[in-house]
Design a protein around this ligand. Structure first.
Ligand code: NI
Length: 463
């Protein structure tokens, strides 16, 4: 009884192991023992299986839910790991220290309908690295089957892709924050990797990966957590509503009432269309398209084109778009002396100011070519440098459908898309780009709206 109580309090395989060491009888008939105890989780008991010998110290805690399918699924996964451990144990010989294994579980969501559970596996078989694996599921109690990402999205490819993209972004941010080298997230995190998930509370979905998942063991554990609000637009399916508190998606009316701003963009999937090298003969048509579709854009204009296309410059501004500086006549600024850089940028700013009364707060250096002198000149002028994250290569492929597909395929929330409004094929691609991405829930905003307050002298290229 005392042992059972202690177990309840400590409820850890390692603690149990220590206890067993103290109380081990001298002549065990078999080196494997079983023990049942209540767990800390309502309606769930634990079965402990332990083995002790000169070669190993093993402690496994199986959850017993009394739902056969659930118990079997979890036990099969645990036993697979245990088999590998036993294989390593039997292959090892002449070791000073016993190999150790501790398998335990954690319940993160436990209702009448659903159960989320994580199994933690730690094995030290004296290999190069101790193994720390995790397996996790969310089960439907009535069927005993796991509920997958495909189930909660009704297998909607677009919704799955959006959730995968959000998970990649969150993981990239976690690795960057920990200052760990980037990994190929496109390869590591896929719809398959994310099929099993856990509910931690009704407003978050999580994937508590351990070292076995997709990272080098030295990276430690990576729990990917997304708030439901963040991906609400992709969880508008009945099963998702049973598991999570899913806010209603914004209706078109609401969208008109509250246009995206820099603080709502992270939830609203914003992207910035940018047009370089103009204005030109096709800019008027482009402005018609943008205004029909209520899309905002940013124009990185050449100073030399401002006077000849003064009407377009004025309309860009009055239509609510943003104007940036793309140099006077497309010089490679990184090859100029500081005084020439300053003169080129200031002259262009002045030309724009002459028409709309505002000097741009950002520049896009031609060819994306910068230098310390360019950066410090921009800082002096109170300007930031804005590059791009989606290159449509529209100057090379004068084919609207190629340009459109390239833009759609590569855009992620926060993307800055590079186009040139001096090519009629690029302007022709814009309706297709806007319509395609609008269907995916995107809003088109200016660079200012997308990035919020920018720091002068800093370069931005966004997601
Ligand atoms: Ni250019």
């Amino acid at each position: 009884m005392i042992v059972a109580c202690l177990l309840l309090i400590l409820s850890g395989g390692v603690a149990w192991l220590l206890l067993q060491q103290k109380t081990e009888p001298s002549t065990p008939a078999s080196d494997e023992r079983y023990y049942f105890a209540d767990s800390n989780y309502r309606g769930i008991r634990s079965k402990f299986a332990t083995r002790q010998s000169a070669k190993e110290r093993s402690s496994i805690e199986y959850p017993i839910t009394a739902i056969p399918n659930i118990d079997q699924t979890i036990a099969a996964t645990i036993d697979q790991h245990d088999k590998e451990f036993i294989r390593a144990r039997d292959a090892g010989s002449g070791l000073v220290e016993p190999m150790t294994q501790a398998i335990s579980y954690q319940v993160t969501h436990n209702t009448d309908k659903h159960l989320s559970i994580v199994v933690h596996i730690k094995q030290d078989t004296h290999g190069a690295h101790p193994l720390a694996a995790a397996h996790f599921w969310t089960f439907d109690r009535s069927s005993g089957s796991p509920i997958t990402l495909s189930d909660i999205t009704e297998n909607n490819e677009r919704d799955i892709a959006a959730i995968v993209a959000a998970a990649r972004q969150a993981t990239g941010a976690t690795l960057a924050q920990r200052k760990q080298p980037a990994i190929n997230l496109e390869e590591a995190i896929t719809a398959d990797t994310l099929q099993q998930f856990i509910v931690t509370n009704p407003t978050t979905i999580a994937w508590p990966f351990a070292q076995n998942a997709f990272l080098p063991s030295s990276y430690g554990e990576v729990q990917i957590t997304l708030t439901i609000a963040q991906i609400a637009a992709h969880l508008q399916h009945p099963l998702a509503h049973q598991l999570f508190t899913v806010p209603a998606p914004a209706t078109p009316q609401q969208q008109t009432a509250t246009p995206p701003n820099s603080s709502t963009c992270p939830q609203q999937r914003c992207a910035a269309l940018t047009f370089d090298d103009g204005p030109g003969p096709h800019t008027g048509r482009l402005l018609d398209t943008l205004s029909q579709r209520r899309a905002k854009a940013t124009f990185y204009v050449l100073g030399s084109k401002v006077a000849p296309y003064a009407d377009q410059i004025r309309r860009i501004h009055t239509d609510g778009h943003q104007i940036g500086n793309h140099s006077w006549n497309h010089a490679n600024l990184s090859k100029l002396k500081a005084t020439d850089i300053r003169q080129d940028l200031a002259r262009t700013n002045d030309a724009i100011h002459g028409i709309i009364g505002i000097r741009p707060n950002s520049a896009r250096p031609p060819y994306g070519a910068s230098s310390p002198a360019v950066q410090s000149t921009l800082a002096e002028l109170g300007m930031s440098s804005v590059l791009w994250s989606v290159d449509t290569r529209d100057w090379a492929d004068r084919d609207s459908s190629v340009v459109c597909h390239r833009a759609i395929a590569n855009t992620r929330p926060g993307s800055i898309i590079l186009l040139h409004d001096i090519h009629s094929t690029s302007v022709d691609a814009v309706p297709c780009i806007i319509d395609g991405l609008t269907k995916q829930g995107y809003h088109f905003v200016t660079v200012d709206t997308l990035l919020g307050k920018m720091a002068p002298g800093t370069t931005y290229h966004a997601g």
